[in-house]
Design a protein. Structure first.
Length: 314
């Protein structure tokens, strides 16, 4: 099948590579061509714009950072929506808010083709190994028709319901991810401020019922201060918490913990931590509460950062 793929970041590049490995012909577009070069070397074609990509393919995947980027690719001056043609399919794997996903479904239907919102859960490693989970919203018949493509990239495909429901479930998943990580980080800092050694905290908390399983995967990062954004940069999690808060407002739901966590991550972004793994929220809290992160080395936070933190909290 001829597939268009737009968005070749940490996840998208690996997803596209798995489609290619299964023998599908790819036409690619990305904001920067450099990320497409490995796939082009294996036979993929490059398009100069989403509009140029659309007539060449039967289905388009988008895997972009936020709703504005998705809307620009689809409806912008060089967007693909007017050029895709009837009886084709758009599958959006981006993490977006449910109302936006429903809006894109309406736009697609008006142009005569199908739409599936299929955001993913998984790490960079899971994307590489084709072990992602897809949360799919849209017509079940459309999902079944294109399920083989999703199976090239993932090993768990959940049909959540109609348009927007995949995005809804992804909102819930990332809301839990963000608030749980923030609560865990705060708990570690609290324990250390009471004089507990971090090894005891990790062994007891991670071995008990209070800790979510994914937190154990963050232990090495926190202990080794390795916050390189291999899986999930902090700024994108903050974006997802913001989208969850927007969705809650639209639904009339109260989200007091989520909004507090969202602003905590925003402060970390303002402190220069946005491109680090989201587990860096521990380091941000520890340094700004005079708890020496993990190894009890002297606090290396600059006076500028300390003053900035103090200003935020006055």
């Amino acid at each position: 099948m001829k597939i268009g793929f737009i968005g070749l970041g940490i996840m998208g590049g690996r997803m596209a590579a798995n489609l290619q490995k299964h023998g599908h012909s790819l036409v690619l577009f990305n904001r920067t061509r450099e990320k497409a070069e490995p796939l082009i070397a294996e036979g993929a074609k490059w398009a100069d714009s989403p509009a140029a990509l659309a007539p060449q393919v039967e289905v388009i995947f988008t895997m972009l950072a936020h709703p504005d980027a998705v809307e620009q690719a689809a409806l912008g001056p060089d967007g693909f929506l007017p050029h895709l043609g009837s009886d084709k399919m758009w599958i959006d794997c981006s993490t977006v808010n449910p109302s936006f996903s429903r809006k894109m479904a309406v736009e697609a239907k008006a142009c005569g083709f199908g739409f599936l919102g299929a955001p993913v859960t998984g790490s960079k490693g899971q994307a590489e190994l084709a072990k992602l989970t897809f949360w799919v919203g849209g017509e079940k018949s459309d999902l079944e028709k294109f399920r083989p493509l999703l199976e090239c990239m993932g090993n768990r495909i959940i049909h959540c319901g109609g348009p927007g429901t995949g995005a809804s479930l992804k909102m819930v998943m990332n809301q839990l991810l963000g608030t749980t990580m923030a609560a865990f980080a705060e708990g570690l800092v609290f324990g250390e401020s009471l004089g507990l050694e971090h090894k005891i905290l990790f062994e007891v908390v991670l071995g008990g019922r209070a800790a979510a399983p994914f937190l154990a995967l963050k232990r090495d990062r926190i202990e080794n201060r390795n916050y390189e954004p291999a899986d999930f940069p902090l700024r994108w999690l903050q974006k997802d918490l913001h989208l969850a808060a927007v969705s809650a407002y639209e639904a009339g739901a109260a989200m007091p913990l989520t909004n507090a966590a969202k602003e905590l991550y925003r402060l970390a972004i303002r402190d220069g931590r946005g491109n680090e793994d989201f587990s860096a929220i521990y380091d941000y809290l520890a340094r700004n509460q005079d708890v020496h992160p993990m190894d009890n080395e002297p606090d290396q936070l600059s006076s500028h950062s300390k003053n900035a933190f103090t200003a935020h909290h006055i």
